[in-house]
Design a protein around this ligand. Structure first.
Ligand code: FAD
Length: 323
């Protein structure tokens, strides 16, 4: 690991003032469960690491108006143990509970989960976000079994690794961010972006901004998540689906189906969401929604299996939300 300076400010303003406007010169440290790996593997070599552990205002969960506010450094354990989260947002509880191990849940934070870097093994082994060697792309003809089946026509073929992001997008959450120019809010659905160059990141957060929190409207939407995993613990899902919708008067409305671990960004399944809307959530409606969810999939040479997994994940996520 390269040597770096370490700062532990006590306010967001001070943290922001320490950050560079170029990616990689400085890095924000929350629980460190991803950042320390990136540092040790030389995937980032900042001159300064800015810890958020002493910025107390960033931690905790509270109700404000009709929303639940979750501080960025709230741990995943705190998230799943919170009574309001359990009552209103089972989609998030399921997603968070499936993450890694007790140790990761205790150390990892909500903000860190949303901003973790891709797990693509080309990226993690030093071949960059696009997985190239001597300018040649390695992913299309290489081992792409865990790569994207949507949004993969460009250079980026990794999948977004966050299990919380699809649920937050389905629930209509808003993220708060603070930078040198002050605070701004961004819809969770607009927070992620597919990088166009190796120097970009997978989100719209700027290098000198701190993610301060997440706000989720408590609208009484039914919601659920279903993940397909090879094993429990110490791994990421192969595919996941999070759904949220209103279910009054027998029919579904305001349906949002968001897919995880299948594209460089959390993938809003627009056709599937429309397909479910206005219908009674019976067997035929679930079947047509899950078919619509995979209709535009473009699997790579070794990940066609994800298509069937996704059909199942969408159906079971809807069933979980109805249960
Ligand atoms: C074995 C294993 C299995 C896992 N399985 C899953 C899984 O199934 N699903 C899943 O979603 N995750 C999984 N994870 C990832 C885990 O959830 C993340 O590592 C963790 O949530 C990151 O949180 P952290 O606080 O430790 O972040 P850190 O490691 O401290 O930071 C992660 C990244 O986010 C940036 N960052 C963090 N907080 C902020 C902030 N507030 N503002 C600006 N930048 C910030 C950091 O600079 C860094 O780039 C797994 C991890 C491991 C090790």
């Amino acid at each position: 690991m390269n040597a770096f300076e370490y700062a532990s400010p006590t306010s967001v303003d001070d943290a922001v003032s320490l950050l560079s406007d170029s990616w990689g010169e400085t890095e924000v440290l929350a629980g460190g469960t991803d950042l320390l790996t990136l540092l040790k593997q030389g995937l980032t070599a900042p001159r300064l690491v800015v810890s958020l552990s002493n910025v107390k205002q960033l931690s905790g969960i509270s109700k404000k108006g009709g929303s639940l506010e979750i501080g960025a450094t709230t741990t995943l354990s705190e998230l799943v143990a919170n009574a309001d989260v359990q009552e209103h947002f089972p989609a998030l509880v399921t997603a968070a509970n499936n993450i890694g191990s007790t140790q990761i849940l205790n150390a990892g934070t909500v903000g860190g989960d949303l901003l973790q870097r891709p797990r693509c093994w080309y990226f993690r082994n030093g071949f960059g976000l696009f997985g190239t060697h001597d300018g040649e792309p390695l992913v299309p003809t290489g081992d792409n079994r865990y790569h994207a089946i949507f949004g993969n026509s460009g250079a980026a073929k990794f999948v977004n690794a966050s299990s919380l992001a699809p649920g937050l997008i389905a629930l209509g959450a808003t993220l708060s961010v603070q930078g040198p120019g002050g605070a701004r809010e961004v819809k969770a659905s607009e927070f992620y972006s597919t990088p166009k160059s190796e120097n970009d990141r997978e989100y719209t957060l700027k290098p000198n901004e701190v993610l301060t929190g997440v706000s989720i409207p408590m609208q009484g939407l039914r919601n659920g998540t279903y993940e397909v995993r090879q094993r429990r613990g110490l791994d990421w899902p192969m595919v996941a689906a999070s759904v949220a919708f209103e279910h009054g008067g027998g029919t579904v409305s305001d349906a949002r189906i968001v897919l995880g671990h299948v594209a460089p960004v959390p993938w809003f399944a627009e056709k599937a969401s429309k397909e479910l809307g206005g219908k009674q959530p019976n067997d035929a409606a679930l079947k047509s929604a899950s078919e619509a969810a995979v209709a535009d999939a473009t699997p790579l040479s070794r990940n066609g299996y994800k298509v069937q997994q996704l059909r199942v994940a969408v159906r079971r996520a809807i069933e979980a939300a109805l249960a």
